[in-house]
Write a protein that binds this ligand. Structure first.
Ligand SMILES: C[S@@+](CC[C@H](N)C(=O)[O-])C[C@H]1O[C@@H](n2cnc3c(N)ncnc32)[C@H](O)[C@@H]1O
Length: 192
């Protein structure tokens, strides 16, 4: 189902100056304790807004798996990774709607601006959460339904508390919710 999906023809917008300045992806990932040597799995990675700074942080001993259903987005990411000299740390993974196609478990799994696009949310989470190591970190970033500026239609957005409940049902503990810039909120937790 592609009805809510971000269209790859708009991919340049993801690297807009305003978005970079508001979200500060490198700083955000560092504050969330992404570390050197980590296996960082970026689901719905798009063209690499978080995967690229993630690859800098995990360093030579770490690895980034950038997962997306749209090959166009992944090819743009690949190009950006080559230009940044980060190709050897980033593996692109073309997924299907609910098929993770992964072969590694994560220390840190990110779902940024993607979950509102997913139709079969429970099945999707069950598929991906199989790839969380014990003690790993899970982070969601989503559009805040109470903020009206920019972003997808309000009825596509997810309430923070609904997302929190879905994570609690799947043994994610220490769940924290915070509002961040760019009309967004962040939910983080750990797999026990
Ligand atoms: C709005 S973009 C966000 C990209 C990136 N996370 C960012 O914040 O810049 C959402 C991405 O999620 C991808 N996507 C949507 N549904 C997906 C699914 N079921 N599995 C993997 N990727 C998906 C889309 O193809 C798109 O590239």
């Amino acid at each position: 189902m592609a009805g809510k999906r971000f269209h790859s023809s708009k991919k340049k917008k993801l690297f807009a100056e305003k978005r970079l300045k508001s979200l500060k992806p490198a700083q955000l990932l560092t504050e969330l304790n992404l570390e050197a040597g980590d296996i960082f799995i970026d689901i719905g990675a798009g063209n690499g807004f978080f995967s690229l700074p993630g690859a800098e942080i995990v360093g030579e001993k770490g690895k980034v798996y950038s997962v997306d259903v749209q090959i166009d987005m992944l090819l743009d990411l690949k190009h950006r990774a080559q230009q940044a000299g980060l190709s050897d740390r980033i593996e692109i993974c073309k997924s299907d709607d609910n098929d993770a196609n992964l072969h590694q478990k994560a220390d840190f799994m990110l779902f940024a601006y993607l979950f509102h696009e997913v139709e079969e949310k429970d099945q999707f989470l069950d598929n991906y959460f199989k790839f969380l190591k014990k003690g790993s970190k899970v982070v969601f970033i989503e559009w805040d339904p109470s903020q009206r500026e920019e972003g997808p239609p309000l009825h596509h957005r997810i309430e923070k508390d609904d997302l929190k409940s879905m994570l609690e049902e799947r043994a994610i503990k220490n769940i924290k919710i915070k509002e961040i810039d760019y009309n967004s909120y962040l939910v983080s937790g750990r797999k026990v």
